[in-house]
Design a protein. Structure first.
Lengths: 479, 93
């Protein structure tokens, strides 16, 4: 078996057993990273990665992640490695510090190989809003990988790395994981420090893992959770993330969100999800329908709240302290021209939408009401979890769509996140696992749980993953 | 539906210089998106409080103790225009 076919946990085991070295493992992956057949990477740090791999190989005892390579979404700051968040506004920007979550993984022995492509400032569902290039879906190069963390998802599906980091505001980890046939996890709000994550919508943003197995996603999350003095929204993690071992789901109660199984969900997606619900029952769980009456209002709520927050967070980008301003004779002109020329169309659209929703005269009708709808959604999840342990739904209403298919219609693109957004608004953890194929393309199943139910989610997803035995290798990929 | 003047007013608030053609497209696209968003304006929200935080957290405080900050040359290293150890900007008028 090729080194690139090993899961991250298998790579850790091979390193600990002395069967390979971090440098050998890295070189096997770097060949695919540098070839980059799916255009997943914006920056590659081959020399730095080799230096770190050699240093780990020289240690008397290997750290827990033992020198396994990883890719990082370009929204996360990495000291001295160019970090653009997919925007011209940050072209050539070299951060002066590393994000806490990345630092924790490096301290545990992970080797950062590079930064992955994304929709500009994480705004999008196809990675086509990157200011730099399109990333291709490893299953079909004519199709999108999803987004906004499309490069991180594609790099794992393409086996350029065994795992990667993304960020998820309304579905930006789970949806590309679904479209690329891999595992993606958004933890409870506050689980992982966001220090060094370039902010989009601060009441929603979370960092999380991509991997090809549930076990790998759990292993990565285990090394990132916990309070960080640099992020006051980060939480003390109760207990620890354990590696999943469940082989059945006896006693588990799973609710199927009725509102997310109806109109708008492709028949092929629904069929694959139905088949996995049957598998969940066969594993011993009870499956019951559950209603979240406000779930479908989540999309409209999100497209008020997230733009409102982004309009505030992106006020910092003026080209003065970092980036490159468009020169002008006075400060106001410089601000307006720099922002007008260096932000892409979707980012401008969202800043405009958010500024509008917060403007005097519109605030109560839009932002104020959206915050109240959010309360309804939070309450409906709380009520649902009184009757069931986990909720199931499709992750994405469709399989990967063709490149260019939705770029002319912003709202059509927004619909890609209709199933993932309600969970985000409630701040809950959710995982997407590949559950089957429709027209030869992967379908994702989303499982969501109450706050801090990560271990339960991983266990359920792991047992189901074993039962479904989905093959994550895209057709034609040789390693 | 939002009008041209609203688009210009919001663009100014957001410090975004839009080209005339961009303003037109923005007006159409924002109006289209707002048609969908308007669904929340007819929902019954009587007595529902706004969400302030999804998890009930205590306020986070730390001791006010001075500690080393980013060295000046590092803080300035990514800026295009550095004047007298400071960020340079055009005049304000």
């Amino acid at each position: 078996m090729a080194l690139r076919d090993l899961t991250a946990a298998e790579q850790v085991a091979a390193l600990q057993a002395g069967e390979t070295t971090s440098l050998e493992l890295l070189d096997a992956h770097l060949a695919a990273v540098e070839a980059d057949d799916v255009e997943a990477f914006l920056a590659i740090d081959a020399d730095g990665a080799r230096e770190r791999a050699r240093a780990i190989d020289a240690l008397p005892d290997r750290p827990p992640l033992a020198g396994v390579p990883i890719a990082i979404k370009d929204a996360l700051s990495t000291r001295d490695i160019v970090t653009t968040s997919g925007s011209r506004m940050l072209e050539g920007f070299r951060p002066v510090y590393t994000a806490t979550c990345v630092q924790r993984l490096e301290d545990a022995g992970a080797i950062v190989v590079g930064k992955t492509n994304m929709d500009e400032f994480a705004m999008g569902s196809s990675t086509e809003n990157s200011a730099y290039k399109n990333t291709l879906n490893p299953w079909d190069h004519q199709r999108v990988p999803g987004g906004s963390s499309g490069g991180s998802a594609a790099s794992v599906a393409q086996r350029q790395v065994p795992w990667s980091l993304g960020s998820d505001t309304g579905g930006s980890i789970r949806q590309p994981a679904a479209l690329c046939g891999i595992v993606g996890m958004k933890p409870t709000y506050g689980a992982i420090s966001r220090y060094g994550l370039i902010a989009f919508a601060s009441s929603l943003d979370q960092v999380g893992p991509f991997a090809r197995t549930v076990e790998d996603a759990a292993l990565l999350l285990r090394h990132m959770v916990g309070r960080d003095p640099m992020d006051s929204t980060s939480l003390d993690w109760p207990g620890e993330i354990t590696l999943p071992t469940a082989t059945d789901l006896a006693g588990l109660r799973v609710g199927v969100v009725e509102e997310l199984m109806g109109e708008g969900i492709e028949p092929g997606v629904r069929a694959a999800v139905d088949a996995s619900l049957k598998a969940i029952e066969d594993l011993g769980a009870t499956v019951v329908p559950v209603s979240l009456p406000s779930a479908l209002s989540g999309l409209a709520t999100y497209y008020v709240l997230a733009p409102a927050e982004c309009s505030s967070n992106l006020a910092r980008f003026d080209g003065i302290r970092y980036g490159h301003p468009v020169p002008a004779d006075n400060l106001l002109d410089q601000y307006e021209m720099t922002r007008g020329q260096l932000f892409g169309p979707e980012v401008k659209r969202r800043i405009m939408l958010g500024t509008f929703a917060l403007a005097s005269g519109y605030y109560d009708q839009y932002y104020g009401r959206a915050q109240r709808v959010r309360t309804l959604i939070v309450r409906e999840f709380e009520a649902a979890f009184e009757g069931v342990d986990l909720l199931a739904s499709p992750t994405s209403p469709t399989v990967a769509f063709p490149l260019g298919d939705r770029t002319a219609d912003p709202y059509a693109m927004y619909l890609a996140d209709v199933c993932t957004i309600p969970v985000s608004l409630a701040g809950l953890p959710a995982i997407s696992i590949p559950c089957g194929l429709s027209e030869g393309l992967p379908v994702g199943l989303q499982l969501a749980g109450p706050a801090f139910s990560e271990n339960r989610l991983f266990d359920a997803a792991h047992a189901l993953e074993k039962a479904l035995a989905f093959d994550t290798r895209p057709p034609g990929l040789t390693t | 539906m939002i009008d041209e003047n609203t688009v210009r007013h919001v663009a100014r608030l957001a410090r975004l210089r839009l080209e005339p053609e961009e303003e037109k497209v923005m007006q159409e696209e924002l109006s289209g998106i707002l048609e969908h968003i308007d669904a929340i304006r007819s929902m019954d929200l009587d007595g529902v409080p706004p969400t302030t935080h999804v998890l009930a957290l205590e306020n986070v405080l730390r001791a006010d103790v001075p500690r080393p900050s980013l060295p000046r040359e590092e803080a300035l290293r990514e800026a295009d225009d550095v004047v007298d150890d400071s960020f340079g900007v055009p005049r304000m008028d």
